[in-house]
Design a protein around this ligand. Structure first.
Ligand code: GRG
Length: 295
């Protein structure tokens, strides 16, 4: 992508498309039980950078997938992400007060309701894919298998479990990487692989390696922002990871060392996109954006 403004415009386009697709997917606020559906909409709509759905669209389009087959996987990944945020913010986990610049779901709707909101969002993610009949059944099954693996004990839930066990203990870089590859990394991998699964052919091995690099780089940047960012930009207070006693990249490598590690992973990520050639223009731009973002 030659001009930065072209990248921004495409990101904006995918963000708007995601918003429309989510709006069409979520139950209406007037549907019973109303408060549950209102809370699901509150947590999901009108917020967030939509990086994961954008990755679905970007990978799918680069590989020639029909654009109407990408809305369902893009929504599914974002719904799973929002579920993980709602549950991660709960008092038993992060006990966070703010998310995306607003009170967290449990602060606004109560703890028990927020647990149910997360559960319902997770189920909706799978329903989305099951009902996406424009995607041939074999490809849909592949997407469902990937999303299920991302959700379970070897993915988000396992990573969160390990994270809780490591709270208050200093862990080494290898263990930290292991946790983040299951949490943040797994969702980003799903986004990339669901986009790939929508296409007739995909260089899956290169894309998996790309997703690994960009997932880790995303997390390292998240840790840097947790030290350097401010509440206005982040939509939540900074310093929350350290306050919870979690080991962070910034703590292990220092801010300059973390920035170097992120830059190395970014360079590696660019290299992994080589098999896509010129079709990967926007993915290159998006990779830079993920690592250089300010929130
Ligand atoms: C299953 C409870 C449970 C948790 C799963 C992925 C995960 C584990 C928790 C997410 C919580 C979290 C804050 C992780 C740190 C990195 C991260 C995913 C930050 C938020 O992602 P952004 O910056 O957020 O893309 P927006 O709001 O832009 O979508």
């Amino acid at each position: 992508m030659s001009r930065p403004e072209d990248g921004r415009a495409r990101l904006g386009g995918f963000q708007e498309r995601t918003e429309r697709a989510l709006e069409a997917t979520l139950p209406g606020a007037g549907e019973e039980p109303r408060r549950l559906h209102e809370a699901m909409r509150y947590s999901t709509l009108d917020g967030g950078k939509r990086l994961r759905p954008t990755l679905v669209y970007a990978v799918g389009e680069a590989l020639g997938a029909a654009s109407e087959t990408l809305d369902a996987p893009a929504c599914a990944v974002e719904l799973l992400h929002v579920y993980s945020l709602v549950h991660d913010d709960l008092p038993a986990m992060d006990n966070a007060a703010l998310r995306r610049g607003r009170p967290t779901c449990h602060r606004r709707y109560g703890e028990a309701n927020a647990i149910l909101v997360g559960d319902a969002l997770q189920a909706l993610a799978f329903e989305q894919l099951i009902g996406a009949t424009t995607i041939p059944p074999r490809r849909r099954l592949r997407m469902l298998a990937e999303l299920a693996a991302t959700s379970g004990g070897h993915g988000l839930v396992g990573g969160q479990f390990m994270d809780l066990e490591a709270t208050g203990r200093r862990i080494d870089r290898q263990s930290l990487e292991d946790i983040h590859l299951r949490k943040t990394g797994a969702l980003i991998r799903s986004a990339v692989l669901l986009g790939a699964a929508a296409a007739p052919q995909a260089p899956r091995r290169a894309l998996k390696a790309y997703a690994r690099c960009i997932g880790l780089a995303f997390q390292i940047k998240d840790d840097i922002l947790d030290v350097e960012g401010d509440i206005q930009m982040l939509g939540k207070p900074s310093g929350s990871d350290r306050a919870r006693g979690l080991t962070t990249y910034s703590e292990l490598l220092g801010t300059a060392g973390s920035a170097r590690a992120a830059a190395e992973l970014l360079e590696e990520a660019h290299g992994k996109l080589e098999p896509l050639g010129e079709r990967a223009g926007f993915l290159h731009w998006l990779s830079d954006y993920i690592v250089n973002r300010e929130h």
